[in-house]
Ligand binder design. Structure first.
Ligand SMILES: [Zn+2]
Ligand SMILES: [Zn+2]
Length: 217
């Protein structure tokens, strides 16, 4: 399985194209902005894209979804608990980017904890990791995990927006993500990659000496 990271938009969001070249198929995880840039990268690879799976429904992860759907004829999947976040993305897009005409796309389907998504010979497993938003999910595969805005290299996602919950976020990281093997690579929603092992040790919020690690029972 191959992973191509496309950095897009004002908030430098990561959009990932995850694909199996031999099978000629793949999917997109998060599509924040700059649809043409993402579409171009997909066309270069000559793969079929079945769906756009988002880690959560903040505007900086979904603004390009409509254009991608139209260009690629693919479907859009979210976790049901982010339905309200999706609706509110209209206000956030206006507040943060001054976009007054954003019309969020309707999901074509829902993903839930434990679901398995096939890409050629590979499987992505859905892990519900709420906290940054109620419907935040991570996508786990053999060797790594897409963590969205739940866990970054050296940081964690903010929880001051609608539906954010710091206790839940810490619980998701400590009890779910940190249970994955240390060598697993983290592919976050913004910024560079890291590994589970490095974040467990050094993350200043949720690592062994992290300021939040033991604050919530
Ligand atoms: Zn977010
Ligand atoms: Zn984000």
């Amino acid at each position: 399985m191959l992973i191509d990271r496309v950095v897009v938009g004002a908030l430098q969001s990561n959009s990932y194209i995850v694909f199996d070249q031999e099978f000629g198929e793949g999917l997109v995880i998060d599509a924040g902005e700059e649809p043409q840039k993402i579409i171009h990268r997909i066309e270069e690879k000559g793969i079929r894209v079945e769906g756009i799976y988002v880690t959560h429904c903040h505007f900086d992860h979904i603004l390009a979804v409509r254009e991608l759907k139209e260009a690629l004829g693919c479907k859009f999947y979210i976790h049901r608990a982010d339905e309200e976040v999706l609706k509110r993305s209209v206000e956030d897009a206006e507040l943060y980017l001054g976009l007054s005409s954003f019309d969020p796309p309707k999901p074509d389907g829902y993903i839930d904890d434990g679901d398995e998504i096939r890409i050629g010979r590979n499987i992505l497993k859905v892990l519900h990791t709420p906290g940054h938003t109620p419907g935040s999910v991570s996508y786990v595969f053999d060797g790594g995990v897409f963590t969205g805005d739940t866990l970054f290299a050296g940081s964690i996602g903010r929880t001051d927006m609608f539906g954010g919950d710091i206790k839940l976020l810490v619980k998701s990281v400590v009890e779910k993500l940190f249970k994955l093997p240390d060598q697993y690579v983290i592919y976050p929603g913004h910024g560079p990659t890291s590994t589970i092992g490095v974040e467990k040790k050094f993350n200043p919020y949720v690592g062994v000496d992290g300021i939040l690690k033991n604050r919530f029972p």
